[in-house]
Design a protein around this ligand. Structure first.
Ligand code: NAD
Length: 506
């Protein structure tokens, strides 16, 4: 499937509108050019939103909410089921567009679209399970229960590295919960957003439910900022760097809005002497090099027990040497480009700092001499206390540490400011349970004998500390998209007060 065929499927032209509320709107007259990171060449341009078009989007989403919240939740689920069907039917072209615009390899791009489909299925089921609890009242002939109501328009601001799946984590649940959605995608990936919006619009039209899914493309500091400060938007779900997330959290809290923050990670794998090393090697490779190190869950710190340190490192260096780097759409390629020039610069600068701090780059780390933003993945032998390893550099750099014990490994795992994903490779039950216990990993995700990346949607996804504390996708993440109401009904002829308080009529 050629680029022009993919563009044709989604109606992508050299110049496209970038704002959708009921229909495509004319924007500010300033154009955002989407580039192919594998060539550095422009793909197509998108017109950015103006203050006026943002206002139209926000008004539409707020107005649509007043009717969408009245649609029974299982019926709302049917719309999401239809969205899943559209995604199934367009899985291949959408995956190819993701690979083209973001640069991840086709297999991972297909996985990303599959994740959207999985989220649709999950949300359809959830639409019949928006359960509230009922409690036993301490007062006779009183009924005490809680129920969940739709919240309002939800602002979804997404990062470039999962240009479509993160929208689906939020939008599918928000929709079944009775909310409308305003999506501001990353400025690196406007075309995938456009394509998803086209599918969503088809479904909205079929269900006569306009205004449920809206799109606004524009710079974060303008359009994103408007969304953060908009009192009509009670919830902002933000996925991106810790630096931006801190601003988002502060701005939304200032107006007592709610936020879901899915921010940077600095994830570690620990390998113990009793581990299955074949398994560990494969997991490390995928977690460290997959998506060219541009996943929030990318493995960045490898903690090796001294007994297996040299042997595993040797095998890893060999494996790195045989990774094929190139066009993400070409068969057999395992690693595509970084997203842009700035990302290449950040990687090279981080390696320079590592060297300056006394670390040794044992393999990789060079920029490839070809168009686009290609680098070799790097392995760095890290001395204890290496400061650059405490930062998230969004590139394929793997810092390797040597430890003497499980306690030291856990201490190192927990020593950074981020708290997203972690895992241990061991066949020792005590080591595994210790890692998962309250004395173990302090991360939102803790795995045994599987890597840090590639989470399933069934669990709640997110991390602690500077990763922001948000949880999305499965488990009970849906509750964040609703407001909880606690209700007491007195069906007696008396007025007993709680806690035995008496307050007679004077
Ligand atoms: P980024 O912070 O540069 O941008 C994220 C989004 O924020 C973009 O849509 C951007 O336009 C917007 N933005 C920028 N300034 C804004 C402002 N003032 N107000 C509102 N929005 C604004 O992040 P990125 O480079 O796109 O993505 C990479 C980062 O995202 C990494 O740190 C990665 O770990 C993180 N991430 C986290 C998760 C998670 O679930 N924890 C998932 C994916 C990515």
């Amino acid at each position: 499937m050629q680029q022009r065929d993919i563009f044709q499927v989604f109606g992508i032209e050299p110049k496209n509108p970038g704002t959708f509320a009921l229909d495509w709107l004319a924007g500010s007259g300033t154009w955002l050019v989407s580039e192919n990171p594998a060539t550095g060449e422009p793909l197509a341009a998108v017109e950015q939103a103006s203050a006026g078009t943002y206002e139209q989007v926000a008004r539409t989403a707020a107005q649509a909410f007043t009717s969408w919240r009245q649609v029974p939740a299982p019926r709302r689920g049917e719309l999401v089921r239809a969205l899943g069907d559209e995604l199934r039917a367009h899985k291949e072209p959408l995956a190819r567009l993701v690979a083209l615009e973001m640069g991840k390899i086709l297999s991972e791009a297909r996985g990303e679209v599959q994740e959207m489909i999985d989220m649709c299925d999950f949300a359809v089921g959830q639409s019949r399970m928006l359960y509230g609890l009922s409690m036993h009242s301490e007062r006779a002939r009183h009924r005490l229960f809680e129920q969940w109501h739709p919240l309002g328009p939800v602002g979804v601001i997404t990062s470039f590295n999962f240009p479509v799946a993160v929208w689906a984590w939020n939008a599918t649940l928000a929709a079944v919960c009775g909310d409308t959605v305003i999506w501001k995608p990353s400025s690196h990936t406007p075309l995938t957003a456009l394509a998803v919006q086209r599918l969503a619009s088809t479904v909205m039209r079929r269900f006569e439910a306009p205004g449920v899914f809206n799109l606004v493309i524009g710079p974060g500091r303008e359009v994103g900022q408007r969304l953060l400060e908009d009192p009509r938007v009670p919830l902002i779900s933000f996925t991106g760097s810790t630096e931006q997330g801190r601003r988002v959290g502060e701005a939304v809290a200032r107006r007592f809005g709610r936020s879901i923050l899915e921010l940077g990670g600095n994830n570690a794998v620990t390998v113990m002497p009793d581990a299955n090393l074949d398994l560990a090697l494969r997991a490390i490779l995928f977690a460290a090099v997959g998506t060219a190190g541009q996943r929030c869950t990318t493995l960045r710190r490898l903690i090796l027990h001294r007994d297996i340190h040299d042997a595993l490192l040797e095998r890893l260096v060999k494996a790195y040497a045989s990774i094929s780097i190139g066009d993400p759409l070409a068969p057999g390629v395992l690693m595509g480009p970084l997203v842009n020039e700035a990302a290449v610069h950040d990687m090279l600068a981080a390696l320079e700092q590592a060297r300056a701090e006394g670390a040794q780059v044992v393999c990789g780390g060079a920029r490839l001499d070809r168009p686009g933003f290609f680098v070799e993945p790097a392995i760095v032998l890290a001395p204890k206390g290496l400061r650059i390893a405490e930062e998230e550099t969004f590139a394929p750099i793997l810092y390797v540490f040597r430890v003497d014990s499980l306690a030291e490994a856990i201490q190192l795992n927990n020593s950074v400011r981020q708290g997203l994903s972690s895992s241990i490779f061991t066949t020792n039950l005590l080591a595994a349970e210790t890692f998962l216990s309250a004395e173990g990993s302090d991360c939102g995700i803790a795995n045994v004998n599987t890597g840090t990346s590639g989470a399933e949607i069934g669990g709640a996804f997110g991390g602690e500390k500077e990763t922001g504390g948000g949880r999305e996708a499965g488990s009970d993440a849906w509750k964040q998209y609703m407001r909880r109401q606690t209700c007491t009904i007195n069906w007696s002829e008396e007025l007993p007060l709680a806690q035995g308080v008496t307050f007679p009529m004077p």
